[in-house]
Ligand binder design. Structure first.
Ligand SMILES: [Zn+2]
Length: 344
């Protein structure tokens, strides 16, 4: 969905986002004191992966620009962009086997062992070596433990860049060995301008749906997702007619590797909907779903605030567990049944 989740093989190179330029340039100009381990932390959809990749390219570049970023023209920049730089490693929720890239649900210990082995090799091009792990919370316990030693005593000139949507879910032993870098977030006006520049027709509505995260907004603007959101929210607007089984089945409508993302999105839609419901019930206006204002107003009178609050909290808990859902459809079904029960 957001850029953090796109396969690494996807050219072209992700350009640094406008709201990242100043902070990225300040950080790279201070490269003499660059930490061995950096943790880029911040909400999903702000462009953390893009930032991490540009840090990596800048650190590896053979003739960095005045602003510290990679030149995009030297051999090193070329290899990085092609995903073929021997001194660059990118660990994501994708694995490539027999030239086929597939989505996975966690970063396994075997890949961290491979990374550790690579970290101890001499730099091929006689410069820095950089590894990006995105997202860091996708490492399972064994993988995180295997990374610990490299984080503690990194070989000279080797830099690790970790990306985390939920840094609290990265083991404290890893976190404490990283310098924290909060992901730069755009002002709403800058985000709107960027979305308009991406050809998004109604940027304000889409940005509201995405809770202010511009890359998530760009992904959500896809007509297929907009249509799916319409189906879900229209069903939520009529809880007494809602069929949890039929609606939850839509989570599994796409390819298997997309189910986790679809479930995350559906839980996000329901969460944004119930948060708006609470706002409207308290006399406010919907912040995430202004296009369903009338439906929210009609429903707000028939829901009790305390059960609504409890329900919203249980949704947030499910949202945090979504990296490892055993049965995406059943999780969605249970949440929809509990939603319908709010109106009984
Ligand atoms: Zn370069």
């Amino acid at each position: 969905m957001a850029d953090e989740d796109l396969p690494p093989v996807a050219a072209p190179w992700p350009e640094l986002l406008p709201w990242q330029r100043a902070a990225a340039s300040d950080a790279l100009r201070a490269r003499a004191t660059w930490p061995h381990a950096l943790l880029i932390a911040g909400p999903r959809g702000m462009g953390k992966r893009t930032l991490a990749l540009n840090f990596a390219r800048g650190l590896l570049c053979e003739s960095p620009r005045d602003d510290g970023l990679g030149c995009g023209a030297c051999a090193s920049c070329g290899f990085v962009a092609a995903g073929q730089h021997p001194d660059f490693q990118l660990l994501e929720l994708f694995e490539t086997e027999d030239e086929e890239t597939k989505a996975v649900t966690e970063i396994r210990i075997e890949r961290i062992r491979g990374l550790t082995y690579w970290a101890n090799l001499t730099s091929h091009r006689g410069r820095a070596k950089v590894a990006v792990i995105a997202p860091a919370e996708a490492m399972n316990v064994a993988a995180a433990n295997a990374l610990l030693k490299t984080l503690e005593e990194p070989p000279p000139g080797t830099y690790l860049i970790l990306v985390a949507h939920q840094p609290g879910r990265v083991p404290a032993t890893l976190r404490s060995r990283c310098r924290r870098f909060p992901a730069p977030q755009p002002e709403p006006a800058d985000a709107l301008q960027w979305l308009a520049g991406q050809g998004i027709a109604s940027p304000a509505a889409i940005l509201a749906q995405a809770g202010g995260a511009p890359l998530l907004a760009r992904a959500l603007a896809d007509p297929a997702w907009q249509q799916e959101r319409g189906v879900f929210l229209s069903a939520l607007a009529k809880p007494r007619a809602l069929s949890p089984v039929a609606l939850a089945a839509r989570v599994e409508a796409g390819p298997r590797e997309e189910r986790k993302e679809r479930l995350a999105l559906v839980l996000d839609w329901i969460g944004a909907w119930t948060a708006d419901l609470a706002r409207v019930a308290a006399g406010g206006t919907p912040s995430r779903n202004p296009d369903f204002g009338d439906a929210l107003a009609a429903l707000a009178a028939s829901v009790a605030p305390v059960p609504l609050f409890r329900y919203h909290r249980s949704l947030l808990r499910q949202r945090a567990l979504v990296a490892h859902p055993l049965q995406p459809r059943l999780v969605a079904e249970a949440m929809l049944i509990a939603y319908r029960d709010l109106f009984r």
